[in-house]
Design a protein around this ligand. Structure first.
Ligand SMILES: *[C@@H]1O[C@H](CO)[C@@H](O)[C@H](O)[C@H]1NC(C)=O
Ligand SMILES: *[C@@H]1O[C@H](CO)[C@@H](O)[C@H](O)[C@H]1NC(C)=O
Ligand SMILES: *[C@@H]1O[C@H](CO)[C@@H](O)[C@H](O)[C@H]1NC(C)=O
Ligand SMILES: *[C@@H]1O[C@H](CO)[C@@H](O)[C@H](O)[C@H]1NC(C)=O
Ligand SMILES: *[C@@H]1O[C@H](CO)[C@@H](O)[C@H](O)[C@H]1NC(C)=O
Ligand SMILES: *[C@@H]1O[C@H](CO)[C@@H](O)[C@H](O)[C@H]1NC(C)=O
Ligand SMILES: *[C@@H]1O[C@H](CO)[C@@H](O)[C@H](O)[C@H]1NC(C)=O
Length: 248
């Protein structure tokens, strides 16, 4: 009887663990060129991008990036503001933005093309980002500096800051560290909106502008969660059956 219970417990454990074991072969994949680049993993190595990662998640831009990295042959360049950069914003800055504007802010940190630092300095200003206004105008970034000494400044018209570090510089993804949040003139300049009071959203039409707004919440992580709970349910059912048969 104790044999029956312990063997069913082992089976129960097997069912629970198996989905994890099956998903493990994904882990060594980063060395494999065919596997998509994982932005979250790149940012995690920096240990100072929790706010940026949270915003990538809440705006669903992170999901959009992973799809785009996998499907586009242009690659991508991302400017990652440090947690300090977000802490140094005027209090309430993020909260004063609508959800759409937060999406625009994050998209403003992304160029839909891979640039090495030296190529960035050769590109003609302004360089188009992923962010667009409600009128469809593309928000741009200006780059200045000297490629030879790997020094570049990025300017939005509202802020100018140095690219302080290179987190990753390998096609298809470049990730550069900035010590200031890149505030687009379109949202923070004083021609379009008074300071601290961004223009209110006038219609829902801009929702269509944002590929992030199409409500696709599916992600690959979901399948392993489903596998795990299926294993759990099967294992638990098996465990119960054994106990019942022992008792009867
Ligand atoms: C990307 O990396 C993060 C952290 O390392 C991990 O939690 C996530 O599952 C990975 N995503 C994919 C699609 O592999
Ligand atoms: C991302 O957001 C989802 C909900 O939209 C949440 O379940 C998940 O834990 C978040 N992931 C991270 C890494 O914050
Ligand atoms: C990447 O794209 C290819 C084809 O374009 C597709 O077969 C594959 O499933 C995609 N991988 C991910 C992780 O989205
Ligand atoms: C960016 O560069 C372009 C071209 O040199 C210039 O017209 C524009 O004013 C610059 N914008 C900012 C914000 O520096
Ligand atoms: C780059 O920006 C910094 C401010 O962050 C400024 O002090 C510096 O002079 C700028 N460098 C160039 C080459 O524009
Ligand atoms: C923005 O407003 C400040 C004062 O509030 C002013 O000094 C500055 O010149 C203005 N900038 C532009 C581009 O109008
Ligand atoms: C999410 O995936 C499920 C099955 O995996 C599918 O039925 C559903 O339509 C998907 N939802 C979206 C928004 O793609």
């Amino acid at each position: 009887m104790s044999l029956s219970i312990s063997s069913s417990f082992i089976l129960f454990l097997l069912f629970v663990i198996t989905p994890y074991v099956q998903s493990q072969p994904i882990a060594p994949a980063p060395t494999n060129e065919a596997s998509p680049v994982n932005l979250t993993a790149v940012l995690e190595t920096g240990h100072q991008f929790t706010t940026f990662m949270r915003l990538l998640n809440t705006t669903q831009v992170g999901f959009q990036v992973s799809v785009q990295l996998n499907s586009s042959d242009q690659g991508m360049t991302i400017f990652a503001p440090t947690d300090n950069a977000f802490n140094n914003l005027k209090p309430g800055t993020l909260n004063s933005l609508t959800y759409q504007q937060q999406i625009q802010l994050i998209l403003y940190h992304i160029i839909p093309k891979y640039y090495s630092l030296s190529d960035l300095l050769l590109a003609s200003n302004p360089v188009r980002t992923q962010a667009t206004g409600q009128d469809g105008g593309v928000f741009g970034l200006n780059f200045t500096g000297q490629g030879q000494i790997n020094q570049a400044n990025v300017s939005t018209g509202v802020v100018e800051t140095r690219i302080s570090n290179i987190l990753r510089q390998k096609f298809p993804l470049a990730v550069y560290v900035v010590d200031m949040v890149l505030l687009p003139e379109e949202l923070f300049g004083n021609k379009t909106a008074p300071t601290g009071a961004p223009a209110p959203k006038t219609s829902r039409s801009s929702d269509a502008d944002s590929p992030a707004a199409d409500g696709d919440h599916n992600n690959s992580a979901g399948s392993s969660v489903k596998g795990t709970s299926l294993g759990f349910v099967l294992g638990f059912a098996w465990f119960c059956c054994s106990v019942v048969s022992y008792l009867s």
